[in-house]
Write a protein that binds this ligand. Structure first.
Ligand SMILES: [Zn+2]
Length: 409
């Protein structure tokens, strides 16, 4: 089928994995590597879309699970799709809803701390909690966190929801496991995710034909396999080789819980098996050192909720590390949040003012802190991209991380 979607690789790192590039979508280009701003419920919390564009974000990622429950994907469809609904003219992503649905009641994190190390029991993940989601070979039955209603997601349902949401880039419905599942469970889960990938591609083709005349929506297959090299590599090869009615995935997502210490290694296994001419998105990471590791190992885009989430709790990113502007040290500090930052907040407001806003529980505090943290993140990834292009990635990584983490260790 004809598409307006594509990816052109640019400059590669010496390891042959990390690279720059350009993703082309019907709503504009994304220069990679790129940080994709998270707008879970069709809003980047606390900031206007104009501010999101103004701080340099190139694309926004929303969540199919949340928008299915509220307001309903049919409403977003009738509005003209996610971008039109939220007044964001640029490229958009939706994730499949799988992660949110399957983590209901389980409480696992995307990037796990090592306090879970050594545990390997499928029951551990549900200990002490009522599971709100039940997975079988056909799909997942779950209970809404909003009102307790029962719903069922299958690969076909996720594809229909994501087509109605209308994002430029969608993800196949996959089963998310945790690092605490047994090896045996990971293997059977991977087989299930692979079968679901086939069903997603088939339904995607059917819906694309049915909805002819709408902008083309790209579909990314999602690589699971937890921390096992053989499973990750096999899953990558299987998805890369998958053809359904002559169609293959437009790109790939890298999913699943990852140990922070192994993030780069696992992304590297996956990216060394995937075709170089298709983009790769790492789903949900957190801290600046993760960005360097992921990009170096071949991830082109990634979404990260941390810059805006922590901003609403007064936590501020700076080149000298993360600090909390609500602490007493900032009460009479009339300097900017970060003297090296070029954002709207740093150009116009002081640490003392943000300290006051957070202490007084004024909403503007969250807005100004989010603008700064999102700009800090966008600019960091822009600088990483520039360092790949001019051959100074290793030096930039050492310099940035050395300064960012110097106050912690
Ligand atoms: Zn700033």
């Amino acid at each position: 089928m004809a598409t307006d979607f594509g990816f052109t690789p640019g400059t590669f790192l010496g390891n042959g994995l990390g690279r720059t590039g350009v993703i082309t979508t019907p709503h504009g280009d994304i220069r990679t590597p790129a940080f994709i701003a998270v707008g879970t419920k069709a809003t980047v919390k606390a900031v206007l879309p104009e501010a999101v564009a103004g701080l340099g974000a190139q694309a926004v990622l929303a969540n199919a699970y949340h928008l299915f429950l509220q307001p309903g994907s049919d409403i977003v469809d009738a509005a003209g799709g996610l971008g039109a609904f939220m007044n964001w003219p640029g490229p958009t992503y939706t994730d499949s809803g799988g992660f949110q649905v399957m983590s209901l009641g389980v409480g696992f994190k995307k990037v796990l701390a090592m306090d879970a190390a050594g545990l390997a029991d499928d029951d551990v993940i549900a200990a002490g909690k009522d599971r709100l989601a039940h997975v079988d070979d056909d799909g997942v039955t779950f209970t809404s966190h909003l009102n307790g209603d029962r719903h069922r997601f299958t690969p076909e349902v996720s594809m229909r929801i994501q087509h109605e949401l209308g994002a430029d880039i969608m993800f196949a419905f996959d089963e998310c496991t945790t690092l605490m599942n047994t090896r045996g469970y990971q293997e059977s889960s991977l087989a299930r995710t692979q079968a679901w990938a086939v069903r997603c591609l088939a339904e995607h083709g059917r819906l694309t034909a049915e909805r002819a005349g709408k902008p083309y929506q790209a579909l990314f297959g999602v690589v699971q396999g937890a921390q096992y090299e053989d499973l990750r590599r096999r899953a990558s090869r299987d998805l890369a080789g998958l053809r359904v009615d002559g169609s293959s995935f437009d790109g790939y997502g890298i999913g699943g819980a990852l140990e922070k210490e192994n993030l780069g290694t696992i992304v590297g296994w996956v990216c060394s098996e995937l075709p170089a001419d298709k983009p790769r998105h790492l789903l949900g990471i957190s801290e600046p050192d993760d960005f360097f590791a992921a990009i170096e190992a071949g991830a082109d885009t990634f979404d990260c909720v941390m810059p805006s989430r922590v901003a609403r709790n007064a936590a501020i990113y700076s080149v000298d590390g993360r600090f909390n502007v609500s602490t007493a040290a900032n009460r009479r500090d009339f300097g900017p949040l970060d003297a090296t930052c070029d954002c709207y907040t740093c150009a116009n407001y002081t640490r003392a003012y943000l300290h006051h806003l957070f202490k007084a529980k004024e909403m503007l505090g969250s807005t100004l802190a989010t603008i700064h943290n999102e700009r800090f993140t966008v600019r960091l990834v822009d600088d990483i991209r520039a360092s790949i292009e001019d051959g100074t990635f290793a030096e930039f990584k050492a310099e940035f991380l050395g300064r960012f983490y110097s106050s912690r260790h």
